[in-house]
Design a protein around this ligand. Structure first.
Ligand code: NAD
Ligand code: ISD
Length: 441
């Protein structure tokens, strides 16, 4: 195996798979590109892990990159056919940007002559990091990769078999999607979500929207405990048996649990580049081309903090977006910037977008759930079939839109309406940006 490539992609997640796709579409030559990942699999569509995977509906190679994003499925053979070297099970211990070299845990090195694309993504925040007693007991799960998902699926089966109970810590994306997965695969009536906030997905859902989902979760056999701070895990023989929390009044309670899933957020994997690259917003700082502070080095996906124009205020600030759509489009942007032979591509424009599917429901959200916006709810929230909310900012401009259960056309109309407002703001931000016009403050 040669050890020097024109381009190396570090990381094998969503963004990496789409960067490879974009390189192939740009016509790279065999032997020019290598991808290095510590995962045992080539890139796959990570969103499936907290949805279809838990239901037994998604398994590799069924959801390798582009299944879900449109395009040819990129199973291992695809990379081989295109002349792309893919190193799996290859943990990088050191990145020396001055020497353009990555060192692997095996001691081998891999170098790039022109470009490095950093796609190291993010990892689950662990409760051990906060010193929560018992957080290292077995039976406490996180969900980020296939290995985690396999362990969780096995634990759900064992818990069901033993008529045990499950507790989910956190009421965000992982919490809501995993609770739905557990309740749909045998743990209905035995699953409880415990969270510090006063409602599910508090960073996005209004109290009215959250109430609909809370009703549904209750009906599907998932209890929700709000205002609860997890203080400890109890255990026996090294295995979790309970989750202790304090309620809003300060009283302590313990819920029985032989299975715990923790979803309390994610942290970008930036450590290899500390002191070598400028950082922002907990990630690697990039410009509108996804270029970092070192020439030839790009960052894409969850790890990249890029200039994002606020739909609500028009202000530009570096921000990370932990969403597959940004993984796809930031990867395409970096590859365009690298391969463009004439003018650089247009500046990266991104409209925040999130979606989720739980039970038989499915929602989309575009824009910003701005705290000071006026919210207008619509649809039948009792029937819980098609309903949503609009966030109206200054001058009545639409800055956020949530739609549950609507058609693709209806979602498209809302997306365009939010995007229209953003377009004008982005154009103004680019006009006033400093230097080349492509670097935000
Ligand atoms: P999240 O930010 O969505 O939710 C975190 C939740 O953790 C909060 O709602 C809060 O209830 C809780 N929390 C925070 N600190 C806590 C503490 N000390 N004790 C108890 N609860 C605490 O993060 P997540 O659900 O962990 O998701 C992780 C990542 O996966 C994110 O990047 C997310 O965007 C991504 N993801 C996205 C989707 C999707 O877009 N549909 C689905 C799954 C995961
Ligand atoms: O949409 C999603 C989703 O479900 C995730 O887990 O984005 C994330 C990742 O694919 C990106 O981190």
């Amino acid at each position: 195996m040669p050890s020097t490539y024109k381009t190396v992609i570090l990381g094998g997640g969503n963004a990496s798979g789409y960067a490879a796709k974009a390189f192939v579409e740009s016509g790279i030559a065999p032997g020019d590109l290598a991808i290095v990942t510590e995962e045992p699999y080539v890139a796959y569509e990570r969103p499936a892990l907290s949805k279809g995977y838990l239901l037994g509906a998604a398994r590799l190679p069924g959801f390798h990159t582009c299944v879900g994003g449109g395009g040819e499925r990129q199973a291992p053979e695809w990379y081989a056919e295109k002349g792309i070297t893919y190193l799996t099970n290859a943990h990088v211990t050191k990145a020396d940007l001055a020497a353009r070299t990555l060192t692997l845990a095996s001691g081998d090195t891999i170098s790039y002559s022109q470009n490095l694309i950093i796609a190291t993504g993010a990892r689950a925040v662990k409760l051990t990091e906060f010193g929560v007693p018992g957080a290292d007991l077995s039976g406490i799960h996180y969900l980020r990769d296939v290995k985690d998902a396999d362990a969780l699926v096995a634990a759900v089966a064992a818990t069901k078999e033993a008529s045990g109970k499950a507790v989910i810590v956190g009421g965000g994306y992982i919490g809501m999607e995993c609770a739905a997965g557990l309740a749909s695969t045998g743990l209905a009536g035995a699953t409880t979500i415990v969270m510090p906030e006063d409602r599910l997905m508090a960073r996005l859902l209004t109290p009215q929207l959250a109430a609909v989902y809370e009703r549904l979760y209750g009906a599907k056999g998932v209890a929700v405990v709000k205002g609860a701070k997890v203080t400890a895990f109890t255990g026996k023989d090294g295995k979790v048996t309970g989750v202790t929390y304090t309620d809003a009044a300060g009283a302590s309670h313990t819920l029985e649990a032989s299975l715990v899933v923790v979803g309390v957020g994610a942290r970008a994997n930036t450590e290899l580049f500390t002191g070598q690259l400028d950082m922002a917003a907990g990630g690697i700082k990039v410009d509108y081309m996804m270029a970092t502070s070192v020439p030839g080095v790009y960052a894409v996906g969850d790890v990249a903090a890029f200039p994002l124009t606020s739909v609500a205020t028009g202000a530009v600030a570096h921000a990370r977006q932990e969403h597959v759509t940004h993984c796809r489009s930031s990867a395409a942007q970096a590859v365009k910037a690298i391969t463009s032979t004439s003018a650089p591509p247009p500046a990266y424009e991104y409209l925040p977008y999130f979606y989720s599917r739980v039970f038989n429901l499915s929602w989309v959200f575009y824009g910003e759930a701005a705290a000071d916006a006026t919210t207008v709810h619509f649809g039948d929230m009792n029937e819980a079939k098609v309903f949503g909310c609009l966030w109206l900012g200054a001058g009545g401009r639409l800055v956020g839109a949530f739609l549950e259960g609507g058609s693709a056309d209806e979602a498209g109309v809302l997306k365009s309406a939010v995007a229209q407002g953003l377009k004008g703001l982005e154009a103004a931000a680019l006009d006033t940006a400093s230097g080349s016009g492509l670097v935000a403050a």
